[in-house]
Design a protein around this ligand. Structure first.
Ligand code: IPE
Ligand code: IPE
Ligand code: MG
Length: 244
């Protein structure tokens, strides 16, 4: 079925508010097409574009995409350098189109290890979209769920020392407010491509009650139809949150 027809099947009141995607399989896509890994990443950007456009079209509120993990530094320097450049260049190239689509974009992740000039460029570019009221797009860049918690604990300790926060105040909402995803709803649906069925340190706190959707499709081949299918399947799930 074509994706326009699939979209009509979406039950609007049952839309997930926040979808998170582990975009995996660029390397295997490249291998399959007998080309270099970097060409898989390049092709992956086109899939990001399609996915973001579709998210806008279905009126999604929050989309978080895993672009580079705190573990990905372990790859070859050439691949890391390429990915860092590709991510910032894609942001700069797409920002006007994103703004036109009322997308509000931010990078979430650790600033450490990234050059100050890199972080500055990211903020300067993203800032242009911060008055937008449509899709909130989070690019998880140098992101690790454990690092996010370490950063949160450090800030909590800091605020406790200065008297801004009391020990008795700490609860789930307070911890949420110290995460990179402060003021955002938890991920309702986590999608992972390429047949791997693991979290790889992505949104470990926020996905405590997420639904998971896996596909064998390699990220560069991820289609609009498949994205909508994931949403339709989510709508058939019965979420219990521990209640019967
Ligand atoms: C996902 O594709 C992109 C990033 C992790 C940046 P991979 O590069 O992990 O592709 P595979 O898993 O080797 O196929
Ligand atoms: C997860 O994919 C990270 C991103 C998609 C950015 P990886 O390919 O790095 O994860 P593992 O190594 O297979 O767990
Ligand atoms: Mg991978």
């Amino acid at each position: 079925m074509n994706y326009k027809d699939l979209i009509k099947k979406i039950d609007k009141p049952k839309m997930p508010r926040h979808i998170a995607i582990i975009m995996d399989g660029n390397g295997r896509w490249a291998k399959l097409h007998k080309t270099r890994r970097i060409n898989g990443h390049k092709k992956g950007v086109e899939a990001v574009r399609r996915t973001v456009e579709t998210a806008v079209e279905v009126g999604l509120e929050y989309l978080t995409i895993y672009a580079f993990s705190t573990e990905n530094w372990a790859r070859s320097k050439a691949e890391v350098d390429y990915l860092l450049k590709l991510i910032i260049n894609s942001l700069i190239k797409e920002i006007n189109e994103l703004i036109k689509n009322n997308v509000n974009i931010r990078f979430i992740g650790s600033k450490e290890k990234l050059a100050e000039s890199y972080n500055k460029k990211v903020i300067k570019t993203c800032k242009k979209s911060w008055n937008n009221t449509g899709l909130h797009l989070n690019v998880a860049m140098n992101y690790g769920g454990r690092q996010e918690l370490i950063d949160a604990f450090n800030e909590i300790m800091f605020d406790m020392k200065s008297g801004k926060l009391k020990k008795s105040e700490i609860d789930e909402d307070i911890i949420n407010s110290y995460l990179y995803t402060a003021n955002m709803p938890d991920s309702d649906l986590v999608i992972r491509t390429s047949g791997e069925e693991r979290l790889s340190n992505f949104l470990i706190w926020q996905s405590a009650y997420s639904e998971f959707w896996f596909t064998e499709t390699l990220w560069p081949d991820f289609s609009r139809e498949e994205f909508i299918q994931a949403i339709l399947d989510f709508q058939d799930r019965k979420r219990r949150f521990g209640a019967r």
